[in-house]
Design a binder for this molecule. Structure first.
Ligand code: R5P
Length: 284
């Protein structure tokens, strides 16, 4: 039985359809002091329970732990935890003295209530090693080609930094044609400002698809879109697995001149155009 967190209901429904497993009804409530409680009214005794929740904020983290515990309490034979978007995954080391490795802290906590875990394109796949149960990261970059127009002009699939170039290659392969390349990126961690340096690939007159694991504040992608516009790209598309789109990210992208923004349903946003659930279903 698939048990969704409150913010991940569409993904859970898509996963239920892709796996053929029952989509369980979960009730979400809060006590007057603000604390969460979840309730799983249907019987899961003797069944596999698949807890599905993008840990997009602290409340979602608590709900994952509660759903795992409710499933065990109800006698589930196995608990599998799917984190379509794993929160804190980008805090994968202690960047300054005195800081925690936050992704390790949350991975350990989530591990206590599950037999195994699956996540989608964490920023660094190595975060899977922080879990204390078997954990795999699946790659959904292939589905990012689906919403793109069929008539891209001399397409160039670009990642904003070298670390994401594999995603650009996967999206290009799924699209079926095009060149791939990557920008060099520098981020000032005090101000959040991003500077990208274009590659040598010719841009003028081409359609460019920017591919990344996540668009968070939009600083990286809007900077990249601006550089491509200055170089007379024809159209620039932004596509990512996790469309976090915090604050004014969409406005930044629009004013930079993006043609369209696409993301998957690991985070349910207005730009969500494709589902990563079939890729997760294959792993289950
Ligand atoms: C970092 O290297 C990631 O791949 C993304 O490029 C980054 O996290 C995006 O963040 P933002 O949208 O805030 O620039």
């Amino acid at each position: 039985m698939i048990l969704p967190g409150a913010d991940t209901q569409a993904f859970a429904a898509a996963l239920a359809e892709a796996t053929g497993e029952t989509l369980g009804r979960v009730e979400y409530e809060r006590f007057p002091d603000g604390e969460h409680v979840v309730r799983v009214p249907e019987a899961v005794a003797g069944e596999r329970a698949v807890v599905v929740a993008s840990t997009v904020d602290s409340d979602a983290h608590v709900q994952v732990l509660q759903l795992q515990d409710a499933a065990r309490e109800a006698g589930a034979s196995e608990v599998v935890t799917v984190l379509p978007y794993m929160g804190y995954a980008r805090q994968d080391e202690a960047f300054r003295a005195g800081e925690p490795v936050s992704s390790r802290a949350v991975a350990r906590a989530i591990s206590t209530g599950t037999d195994r875990a699956v996540t989608v394109n964490p920023h660094e796949p190595a975060v899977c090693d922080f879990f204390t149960v078997p954990t795999t990261a699946v790659d959904a970059a292939g589905v990012l080609a689906d919403p793109l127009p069929e008539n891209l002009e001399d397409p160039l699939f670009l990642s904003p930094d070298e670390g994401a170039v594999d995603l650009a290659v996967t999206a290009r392969d799924a699209y079926g044609e095009g060149e791939t390349d990557y920008f060099e990126k520098d981020r000032d961690y005090d101000t959040g400002d991003v500077e990208v340096t274009p590659s040598d690939a010719p841009i003028e007159g081409r359609d460019v698809v920017l591919v990344d694991d996540i668009v968070a504040t939009g600083s990286t992608m809007s900077e990249a879109v601006g550089v491509l516009a200055e170089r007379d790209a024809q159209r620039v598309f932004v596509t990512c697995v996790h469309p976090m789109l915090a604050g004014n990210a969409l406005t930044k992208l629009s004013t930079a001149g993006v043609e369209a923004v696409y993301g998957t349903d690991t985070l349910e946003r207005a730009v969500t155009e494709v589902s990563a659930a079939p890729v997760v279903a294959d792993e289950l």
